[in-house]
Design a protein. Structure first.
Length: 66
């Protein structure tokens, strides 16, 4: 599973939060949050934390395969 940079950026912009604030909402450190975002592939649990941070579902931020 991959997090789409574009979809995440849109979700972050819509939330009005900074990366630090999103990380706090997700219950993880800013450094860990950023590390997850920079990974090529993430676990479902990590994707869930990223989504929780910006207040969206996982489906809204992952890349979809065509």
């Amino acid at each position: 599973m991959r997090i789409s940079d574009a979809k995440f950026d849109i979700a972050l912009a819509n939330s009005g939060l900074t990366i630090g604030q999103a990380a706090e909402r997700a219950g993880i450190s800013r450094a860990r949050y950023a590390a997850i975002l920079n990974q090529k592939r993430v676990t479902p649990q990590a994707a869930g934390k990223i989504a929780k941070g910006v207040g969206v579902t996982v489906e809204q931020i992952i890349e979809t395969e065509n």
